[in-house]
Design a protein around this ligand. Structure first.
Ligand code: GLA
Length: 390
């Protein structure tokens, strides 16, 4: 679907051409999982898959929403009446952004908008399709209403839309990735202050590929489990008397775990703490390796180690994700891990370019042998963040 197609669809729906068209990508996370709500480090990059929005301003306080990906027609909402956690449909994401902008004092958006959306980011695959929807709407309204907000501020407002309006207790990674990533780079993000470094990540130039394997397992029940992990991490931080688990230095992990045992913390809290502290350290190791100008292949084992930690300590994997990693590594992948929140969704696999097809096939065969639904495998290159496209 081209920009022209999206603009034409808008005109067909609303009777006049849109004022503009914007795109915002989904993401994969290279390393740094379940660290963002612990003030830690993450390292996502943008996918070529995007949510695209054609948008025009209105003057009557009405928000009209349409998606070509969902059955049903145009949904009309009064901006004054937008209420957190009142909408269980896809419309909660764009409406939540309008609510969050307005709630933060950017009242110009109260005038309203007509929005037509379409997306190529797979939904329920752990690739941030919802963040892409939020960010594309936020960027469009920021441009049209001349709000003057910076990318990281848009990401924060989109996170607020998701946390408060939609009611999902997620961190800041996905929205920041969609808003701030740059083509050819992974984004090293400190989620405490949102300071960022764009790290060149051109696998093709080094003869490698990164495969994304969508297990097609929709992460059902993930919200409750996600919230439980988050609460467990907060409990750990409280027992250790730190603001967030980010403040536990890797060098002090042994002492921290012993301290937790003395304080009567259960095994689960200790496992959660161990994952977060070692995962932050893995992000730092990957950044050091990528910045050293040495062989990028060395990050492979760090990715696989991260998967083991998510599976055993954080316990957010599932049999399908574990099988991707196991089959890929056995077939000669350099490294593999689940990406995103877990409980289904996608894994990433780092491979030599010449092995890409063979490793992908090995994963598909392992799925068939296990009786799992066939996975969707594609190669991903670090792509551009959110932008105006028309
Ligand atoms: C989901 C959340 C993110 C992050 C990841 C796990 O994608 O939206 O904020 O917590 O899970 O790293």
């Amino acid at each position: 679907m081209t920009t022209v197609d999206v603009a034409e669809a808008f005109e067909g729906l609303y009777g006049s051409a849109p004022e503009g068209v914007w795109a915002a990508p989904g993401r994969v996370n290279l390393i740094g999982e379940h660290t963002d709500y612990n003030d830690g480090f993450v390292m996502p990059f943008a996918l070529p898959h995007t949510a695209v929005a054609a948008v025009s301003r209105r003057t009557d306080g009405v928000l009209r929403l349409h998606s070509s990906d969902v059955e049903g027609g145009v949904v009309e909402l009064g901006i004054d009446a937008l209420t957190p956690e009142s909408d269980k449909n896809w419309t909660a994401y764009p409406a939540g952004v309008v609510w969050a902008l307005r709630d933060a004092g950017h009242t110009a958006v109260s005038a309203g908008a007509d929005i037509h959306l379409t997306s190529t980011v797979p939904t329920g695959a752990g690739l941030s399709s919802s963040a892409a929807l939020e960010v594309v709407v936020a960027l469009a309204l920021n441009d049209l209403y001349e709000l003057g907000l910076e990318r990281w501020q848009l990401a924060r407002l989109c996170q607020r839309a998701e946390n408060v309006y939609v009611g999902a207790p997620t961190g800041i990674m996905d929205q920041t990735a969609s808003a701030c990533c740059e083509q050819g780079h992974a984004l090293f993000l400190d989620t405490r202050d949102l300071s960022q470094q764009q790290i060149p990540f051109d696998l093709a130039a080094e003869g490698m590929r990164l495969l994304v394997v969508d297990t097609q397992v929709k992460h059902s029940h993930s919200e409750g489990e996600y919230g439980k992990r988050r609460a467990g991490c907060e409990r750990g931080a409280e027992l250790l008397d730190v603001d967030a688990l980010r403040d536990v230095a890797y060098e002090n992990l042994g002492a921290a775990l012993a301290g937790l045992a003395d304080a009567g913390a259960d095994d689960e809290v200790r496992r959660l703490v161990r994952h977060v502290v070692t995962e932050d350290h893995r992000v730092e190791r990957v950044v050091t390796l990528l910045k050293s100008g040495g062989d990028t292949r060395a990050i492979g084992p760090v990715l696989t180690e991260g998967h083991a930690s998510l599976r055993d300590d954080f316990q957010v994997s599932c049999p399908e994700l574990d099988l991707v990693v196991e089959a890929a590594v056995e077939a000669g992948a350099l490294g593999a891990r689940m990406t995103g929140g877990g409980f289904g969704g996608s894994a990433i696999v780092l491979v030599e370019a010449e092995d890409a097809e063979r490793v992908g096939k090995a994963v598909e065969e392992a799925f068939a042998a296990a009786g799992f639904v066939p996975p969707r495998v594609f190669a991903a290159v670090p792509s551009a963040g959110a932008r105006r496209v028309g």
